[in-house]
Design a protein around this ligand. Structure first.
Ligand code: GTP
Length: 317
């Protein structure tokens, strides 16, 4: 590394940041200023669940000359060691519960001192990222919370939140679904709130397990959940949501037995306000509730025209 430092000032600059994107940029900036001559690759993603750890492989990468699988395999090889140093690279894995959840790959053999500094900074970065991630979690369901929802919708609608496409030519669109547990009041009234809470928690887990790692599942309100997911077509979105609804409908919940879900969904387009989007999904959900529950309704099938701006009603002067 070009500078002699214990990394204190870098540590401070990382822990002061309260926003993930800024934190990530600062980490990149520190590494590239410390290692100006060296190409880097890194894949760091604090995991909210094991499944989400997979997300790291779709995230950031820079000048990657080795296939990611090979890099991850090398990372697994340094079991018990902080890094794997060869003539042409240094590989530093970041582990959580024995799983590699991040990887710093430097195309140069670092000295042990530089390696320790880079590893230290990677850990500081990760812990700060993890702390920020915890603030996004609903404590009961362990899903993303309501506060995070608007942010994610805006990211998606503006095209910023997209991960690396799963396929070469990925034509999938984003959809928003709202799911609500049917007659949940009866669960509370019959079995008490503790059991009600357990139903919310288990439903959340089943929802999470039945969507892909790159989809987002939120606890939107009491017994209501929001999901941002991708599908190639409206039909595919409908069958995906129906499948999830049926899977959860077959779960035997302790004491309570079976529950059903109603859902409403709409497609996310870049011109939509978050409130308009939620309003559409909610209208479809309301329709599902009004027409027998235990079903998922697509907003577009309701035949409701987009709200018109009544220019003739606007008097400017
Ligand atoms: N146990 C528990 N109950 C909650 C929580 N949040 C909201 N609720 C309850 O969820 C119930 C929702 O009831 P309603 O809005 O009447 O809806 P519902 O009984 O599910 O009926 P439909 O939605 O029309 O099928 C209320 O009794 C709330 O008190 C929570 O975090 N834990």
């Amino acid at each position: 590394m070009t500078k002699s430092t214990c990394g204190h000032e870098y540590t401070i600059s990382l822990v002061q940041l309260k926003e993930e994107r800024a934190l990530y940029q600062q980490f990149c900036h520190i590494l590239t200023s410390l290692l100006p001559e060296v190409a880097l690759s890194f894949f760091i993603r604090p995991s909210l669940s094991r499944k989400e750890a997979l997300k790291l492989v779709y995230q950031q990468h820079v000048d990657q000359t080795l296939p990611l699988d090979e890099m991850l395999e090398k990372a697994q090889q340094c079991r018990g060691k902080p890094a794997l140093i060869s003539k042409s690279y240094t590989c530093m894995p970041l582990r959580l519960d024995e799983q590699v959840i991040g990887l710093l790959w430097i195309y140069q053999a670092l000295t042990p001192a530089n390696c320790n500094l880079a590893a230290h900074l990677m850990h500081v970065f990760f812990h700060q990222l993890h702390t920020l991630a915890l603030a996004r979690i609903d404590p009961l369901s362990q899903l993303l919370n309501r506060q995070t929802f608007d942010e994610k919708v805006l990211e998606i609608a503006s095209g910023q939140g997209f991960l690396q496409p799963r396929e070469e030519l990925d034509l999938r669109g984003w959809y928003l679904a709202l799911f609500d547990i049917d007659h949940f009041k009866r669960v509370n009234d019959s079995f008490g709130h503790v059991i009600g809470d357990e139903v919310i928690l288990l439903t959340a887990q089943h929802l999470k397990d039945n969507f892909r790692a790159e989809d987002y599942v939120f606890r939107y309100g009491g017994e209501e959940f929001a999901v941002l997911f991708q599908a190639h077509s409206d039909d595919e979105a409908q069958s995906l949501l129906d499948r999830v609804r049926k899977v959860i409908g077959q779960v035997a919940f302790p004491q309570v037995g079976r529950i059903t879900l109603s859902g409403g969904y709409t497609e996310v387009t870049d011109v939509m306000q978050v409130s308009e989007l939620v309003n559409q999904a909610d209208t479809a959900l309301y329709h599902a509730k009004q027409h027998g529950r235990n079903q998922v309704v697509f907003y577009c099938t309701l035949g409701l025209a987009a709200p018109q701006i009544m220019t003739s009603d606007i008097e400017l002067f």
